[in-house]
Design a protein around this ligand. Structure first.
Ligand code: AMP
Length: 452
């Protein structure tokens, strides 16, 4: 029998906010997490991005905040730590949405790249929920601006990623400053290695919740396209961007410089494209994300870190222009599409000499990536074989039948077709500063700077 939100003992004010958000029933991670968290259990939950995990930890936390606290002070009653600024902002946005009928609710996001002034002012008043990245939170803690004595709930979102990013010491310092009797909710894709040890240290008799990815996420079709070299890759990219049913796309590159270079090249070809990476000032990052959300940008060229937390349901395509360095990033990248139960397409380019990288991803996923070729654009170079490859070169389309990519296109519908468009765009000018460029699909001055 399926569970409804009203079965979960959530407060009326939350139920009506969920209704306003258009959520009809809880996702599996919500159905399991909410009752356990409301029962005051510590949790170790494995749920992928796109599974509805944010609401899974925010709803029971907000429900706690509805009860008045008897503890004196003005420090936060709940703290969410996230690996990236974008994810922190997304979490706070969701908290405001679910808490829209709690007018007294005070929330703040403490992330780097933004001015301290507003954050300090927010911390000067009683605060209910802080969403923070570890680095900026530590800055405030060092200045004695945060008192955790009222803290009831500590949440670590994407804990594995925070450790990958080297935040272990910061996390330990932050946790040590919080009360022992807090509730701890941990979310992580894996509990292997350091993150498992950290979880043991931080939680008290935790309940484990493991949610399989496929049940909760919209369907993501995957394709692997081999390319001879960069020129061949760019030709294929151009073909895909022009011919497919793209509504919005995120293209991942390996370096920050490449995000700029590729976004510039696409812009100059008439695509409504912009870049996002960690060296851009936070204001521009926010604006770029806003433009993406509002549909003013169709193609976002991004690095892994900057793209974490992007939750835009109209992203129909993810393109791995460069393969990810770490196999688990593949899962996070493709999770930018297929949001909120919709379907999406994730296309990965691999140069013929990148077989080993592909193999690493396939080992991590424990399955093969479906190989495709585009008619007339097949790779001509021989692929280097891995040591244990008995089967030799596989070129055929796994679905059989007629031409892979074209066949796929025939099956997909919706979207707005060609991504050409003239939109206002943000980017780095020749002077190296980020500035707003003109509109139209002519070559924009500010967009034409090539990355160094
Ligand atoms: P998350 O995994 O938290 O990043 O959420 C993925 C997306 O699913 C977000 O766009 C949420 O707004 C949406 N979402 C979360 N819970 C539900 C639900 N119960 N019904 C419909 N959409 C939801």
């Amino acid at each position: 029998m399926s569970v409804s939100f009203s079965d979960l003992n959530l407060d009326k004010s939350l139920l009506s906010a969920l209704e306003a958000a258009g959520y009809q029933s809880p996702t599996p991670v919500q159905a399991e997490t909410i009752p356990a968290a409301l029962d005051n259990h510590d949790l170790m939950a494995s749920a992928q991005t796109g599974s509805g995990k944010t609401a899974a930890f925010l709803l029971p936390t907000l429900q706690k905040l509805i009860q008045r606290t008897t503890k004196p002070g003005k420090g936060p009653r709940a703290l969410v730590l996230t690996p990236t600024r974008e994810l922190a902002q997304q979490v706070e946005k969701n908290a405001r949405e679910y808490g829209k009928n709690m007018p007294w609710l005070r929330t703040v996001t403490l992330v780097g790249g933004t001015s301290f002034g507003q954050q300090i002012r927010a911390l000067g008043r009683p605060i209910d929920l802080v969403v923070a990245t570890p680095g900026r939170l530590m800055d405030h803690m060092r200045q004695g601006r945060i008192d955790f004595s009222r803290l009831e709930v500590l949440i670590l979102d994407e804990a594995d990623r925070m450790l990958d990013m080297g935040f272990i010491e910061d996390i330990e310092t932050i946790v040590a400053a919080t009360p022992q009797d807090r509730q701890t909710l941990l979310f992580s894709a894996t509990w292997d290695g350091l993150v498992g040890k950290l979880a043991q240290k931080l939680t008290n008799n935790p309940q484990r919740i493991d949610i399989a990815r496929q049940e909760t996420q919209g369907k993501i079709d995957e394709q692997l396209l081999y390319c001879d070299d960069l020129r061949h890759k760019n030709r294929i990219l151009d073909h895909i961007l022009r011919d497919s049913d793209i509504d919005q796309a995120v293209i991942f590159t390996a370096t920050k410089a490449m995000t700029e270079q590729l976004a510039d090249e696409l812009y100059e070809k008439g695509f409504s494209a912009n870049c996002l990476h960690g060296d851009m000032p936070q204001g521009w990052r926010n604006r770029t994300l806003m433009d993406l959300r509002k549909g003013r940008i169709k193609i976002l060229v991004a690095t892994d870190v900057a793209a974490r937390g992007i939750d835009v349901p109209s992203i129909t395509h993810v393109i791995n222009y460069d393969l990810p360095k770490q196999a688990e990033d593949y899962v996070h990248r493709i999770g930018r599409t297929g949001r909120a139960g919709r379907s999406g397409l994730a296309i990965s380019f691999a140069e013929v000499n990148e077989y080993i990288k592909v193999h690493k991803i396939e080992r991590y996923l424990n399955r093969k990536l479906p190989e495709q070729t585009i008619e007339g654009m097949e790779p001509t170079r021989k692929r280097s074989k891995p040591a244990n490859n008995k089967g030799g070169r596989r070129r055929s389309n796994s679905s059989g039948g007629k031409g892979g990519w074209q066949a796929e296109q025939g099956r997909r519908n919706g979207g707005s077709g060609n991504s050409n468009g003239g939109h206002k765009s943000y980017g780095r000018g020749r002077d190296g500063n980020y500035s707003r460029s003109g509109s139209g699909n002519r070559n924009g001055q500010a967009r034409s700077a090539q990355a160094k």
